[in-house]
Write a protein that binds this ligand. Structure first.
Ligand code: FAD
Ligand code: PYC
Length: 403
């Protein structure tokens, strides 16, 4: 008799690459896969390859702490992050894949007077942008998170920016759900295929070199997060971007004790509880640029030390796992979406420490850019040219992670 775990169909096919595609997307993280999905769904473009040097979802998409919110300050950011947040609400139905979206609410603690002013300003900006957030009192914070010590000797809680429709989702499921939908549309997902060169002629891209051979394309989309500078280098241009490790860790599983996400940016720590009961904990980025995709001991101590005053119950918890991902950080802490100096070559990167929440909105905007050859309303402000034109989109406070 067949046992339960037998006869499962593969969720996506693993074909050999064809000689040529209409569009090649480099990077099968959330942003690359979402770009492919909306190219098919919104524009009917399905002769697409998504090329991944490792396994799909094995980059930052599978390494992040899954916080989803749209409480950003500047109008273009609020627009794209809110589009993404609203797409998360129906993602499980849209993909017919349970991504476990949990709109449990996210709070960003204000623990200094300048944070109070900053978050009050953001709440006012969000009201004008149609993004529902509010600045709440310390008493309301305590009601929402009873395990929190709001009277900490160094940094008492003075209030918080609260978004009740924000939350978390299962990161792997987001990648897997998009991958299955792309494969069902006839797109090729090619794993263990590293792009090693960008082929061009007459100022336009013609294809890529990979460890599985040359693959031609009419259009190329580079969506490789922390490796974006390397891809750009292969194509012959430079990016105003730095790559640095961001680490996270989880505790042993415990009974449910916190049902919202808390970010404490003054002390550089944040925490939520996973469905398995583990406390999911993270802090600031490593203090130096690097490509070391792993955790380090000093980071555990720094991050737990930051949080233990606010959450005394974590002081004797055992920590279970720790890891790191390479995040792609721009000077204004906003992403780059748009055209590149190379014709028919488009880029999506710079989401830094905060791109998981943006995946569906970013894919939507990037697909439009690739399909039409020009960015639309959602992507328009995020072009590379903003760095030469001085149109920065400063989100250093909203990024919520110390850099
Ligand atoms: P990735 O998922 O990294 O995908 C890029 C892919 O490109 C990789 O799979 C890589 O292997 C592939 N690639 C690279 N070079 C090549 C090549 N030459 N050829 C072929 N393939 C290549 N964001 C939030 O919104 N909320 C959070 O709570 C949050 N927490 C985070 C915590 C940590 C510890 C980390 C590291 C990040 C966190 N982020 C968070 C940020 C978020 O994870 C990223 O912004 C987002 O996942 C980026 O997705 P991506 O698809 O662009 O990149
Ligand atoms: O962007 O909300 C975020 C975030 C939290 C932790 C890492 N990134």
């Amino acid at each position: 008799a067949a046992r339960y775990h037998q006869g499962w169909e593969r969720a996506w096919a693993s074909p050999k690459p064809k000689k040529k595609y209409d569009v090649i997307i480099v990077g099968a993280g959330g942003h690359g896969l979402a770009t492919a999905f909306y190219l098919g769904k919104n524009f009917g473009i399905t002769n697409v390859a998504i090329i991944e040097k490792g396994w799909l979802g094995g980059g930052n998409t599978g390494r992040n702490t899954t916080i989803i919110r749209s409480n950003y300050l500047q109008d273009p950011s609020a627009a794209i992050y809110e589009k993404a947040r609203s797409l998360y609400e129906t993602m499980s139905q849209d993909l017919n894949y349970n991504v476990m979206f949990s709109p449990r609410g996210v709070m960003m603690l204000a623990q200094t007077e300048s944070e109070v002013r900053g978050y009050e300003r953001t709440a006012h900006a969000n009201a004008l942008q149609g993004v529902k957030t509010e600045f709440i009192s310390p008493q309301r914070v305590k009601e929402l998170v009873p395990i929190m010590n709001i009277n900490g000797p160094r940094y008492p809680v003075l209030g918080a920016l609260w978004q009740d429709r924000a939350g978390t989702a299962r990161h792997d499921a987001v990648a897997w759900g998009y991958a299955r939908a792309c494969s069902d549309m006839g797109m090729d997902i090619i794993q263990k295929c590293e792009v090693t060169g960008v082929r061009q002629s007459g100022g336009k891209v013609t294809g890529v070199d990979t460890n599985q051979g040359q693959i031609d394309c009419d259009k190329l989309a580079m969506v490789v997060a922390g490796n974006a500078s390397h891809l750009a280098d292969m194509a012959g241009f430079r990016l105003p971007m730095e790559s640095v490790a961001l680490q996270a860790l989880v505790s042993e599983p415990i009974k449910p004790c916190i049902d919202v996400v808390v970010m404490a940016n003054t002390v550089h720590g944040y925490m939520s509880q996973s469905d398995k009961g583990e406390l999911v904990i993270g802090g600031g980025t490593d203090g130096y640029n690097n490509y070391t995709q792993r955790g380090s001991f000093h980071h555990i101590e720094e991050t737990v030390r930051a949080l233990v005053e606010t959450f005394p119950i974590i002081s004797r918890l055992k920590m279970l796992r720790q890891w790191g991902g390479i995040v792609d950080v721009t000077g204004d802490r906003s992403p780059i979406i748009g055209k590149t100096p190379l014709g028919n070559c488009f880029i999506n990167c710079g989401w830094g420490t905060g791109g998981f929440k943006a995946i569906p909105g970013s894919g939507w905007a990037m697909a439009e850019t690739v399909a039409k050859g020009e960015p639309g309303a959602l992507a328009g402000a995020f072009g590379l040219n903003r760095f030469t034109e001085g149109r920065f989109i400063d989100e250093s406070v909203a990024a919520g992670v110390a850099h």
